[in-house]
Design a protein around this ligand. Structure first.
Ligand SMILES: C[S@@+](CC[C@H](N)C(=O)[O-])C[C@H]1O[C@@H](n2cnc3c(N)ncnc32)[C@H](O)[C@@H]1O
Ligand SMILES: [Zn+2]
Length: 398
């Protein structure tokens, strides 16, 4: 079959796929080839897909039956075809894309990987596609929204298409709004304000999770965030959905604000959907700045993370070191305090040399605080110590 554009064969996981030959679509050195090609394929999102496979396997094991999976924005089909090949216990993978050329390529890839029996492909707008499953006995177990930019335009229809207990996976690549470069855009899309702090990637995960919780609550649905991570240029959130007005009321009790002091690094949280005033820092008296409303609940659940880890150890295929490291770190962080400190940022402000992160963590632990590294930032530490104690621990680590 001729696709009418240059292609090449690549291997990802156990799948062998025909994808656009990315180099052929680069006119200038700085061109972002995946978005120049007639069908989308980004090899740099492999880690995102590797973790999705582990999470989906962990989720399938909690249900212990065959599951119905959908990817409404599928591109060349790599993710869904890998689900069909690599996750045990899937009965159907529905792939959809608005681009007819993507659908043709996905069809071909499903065939090349002997997955045509499990994979079915359609060519609709994602919201139209999802709305076909928004009725009892038609609903799906797992929906993976992996769009260009923000997943928010697809939230309502994805929530309606999932059954009680179903899982929604979201990618957001619009980190400029979410991390505070364009606060108005974040407020417009996510209903909360970001803040340009050293922990803006955690704020991004919490803004997306909060937006999901508030959107689900309109449908009398509660959310539990089971796993999330921030990697490269995107964030990813995996949530389970639970039907019931009372549960939804309880779920949105996790909404609130993070208040940050740009003078002394102090931060605090304020629960509730409204904030009458940001007030002043209890440590130094400077005015506080607020991020939110956003999700203050768990952004990973230890028990679920253990299942993801289990799926990782059971796997027959090689996983990159970075995947393993991310999964373990997210598990360790699941009980950690909200936000983190970045040692280099504090040292920069204080005009002092930067000590090893390990020593700062040891010093905090010696003083009886919880302290651990975070996958959000290679120089970050999550701790329940006040900012003044973190500064002390840094100085004694020099
Ligand atoms: C980031 S790519 C998807 C990549 C894919 N999920 C993967 O893992 O490789 C986004 C895809 O969404 C498709 N798309 C954009 N708008 C859409 C819409 N309204 N409905 C369905 N698909 C859409 C694009 O054609 C593109 O293939
Ligand atoms: Zn302060």
């Amino acid at each position: 079959m001729s696709l009418g554009f240059p292609t090449e064969s690549v291997k990802e996981g156990t799948a062998e796929l025909l994808v656009p030959k990315l180099d052929a679509f680069k006119q200038k050195k700085e061109d972002y080839a995946p978005s120049k090609a007639p069908v989308f394929y980004n090899p740099r999102m492999k880690l995102n897909r590797d973790i999705a496979i582990l999470v989906l396997q962990a989720y399938q094991r909690t249900l212990n039956r065959d599951i119905y999976v959908a990817e409404p924005l599928a591109g060349c089909g790599v993710r869904g075809i890998r689900f069909a090949k690599e996750v045990v216990g899937i009965c159907t993978v529905l792939l959809n894309d608005i681009n007819p050329e993507a659908c043709r390529l996905a069809e071909l890839n499903a065939y090349r990987n002997n997955t045509s029996r499990l994979v079915s492909i359609s060519n609709h707008d994602a919201n139209f596609f999802l709305s076909q499953y928004a009725a009892p006995y038609k609903r799906l177990d797992y929906v993976d929204i992996d769009p260009f930019g923000s997943p928010v335009p697809y939230l309502d229809s994805a929530i309606r298409a999932l059954r009680d207990g179903g899982m929604l996976a979201l990618t957001a690549t619009d980190l400029a709004p979410l991390c505070g470069v364009y606060p108005k855009a974040a407020l417009r899309k996510y209903g909360g304000l970001p803040l340009r702090t050293e922990y803006c990637h955690e704020i991004a995960v919490r803004l997306l999770s909060g937006c999901l919780a508030v959107t689900a609550a309109k449908h009398d649905i509660a959310v539990n965030i089971l796993f999330s991570h921030s990697t490269d240029h995107y964030i990813r959130v995996y949530a389970s959905l639970h039907h019931g007005a009372r549960k939804a009321d309880k779920s949105i009790q996790n909404m609130g604000f993070i208040l940050h002091c740009f003078t002394c690094f102090h931060r605090e949280i304020s629960r509730g959907t409204f904030l009458s005033s940001t007030g002043r820092c209890s440590e130094c008296g400077a005015p506080l700045k607020a991020a939110g409303p956003l999700w203050l609940g768990n952004i990973a659940e230890r028990r679920f993370c253990e299942r993801v880890e289990q799926a990782m150890t059971d796997r027959r295929f090689d996983l990159g070191k970075r995947v393993v490291k991310t999964v373990i770190s997210v598990k360790e962080e699941s009980d950690a305090p909200i936000t983190y400190y970045v040692v280099d940022k504090i040292c920069d402000k204080l005009g002092i040399p930067v000590p090893p992160l390990k020593r700062v963590i040891e010093n905090l632990k010696k003083k009886g605080f919880q302290a651990l590294p975070t996958h959000f930032h290679s120089r970050g530490v999550k701790t329940d110590a006040a900012s003044s104690k973190v500064i002390e621990a840094i100085k004694t680590a020099l």
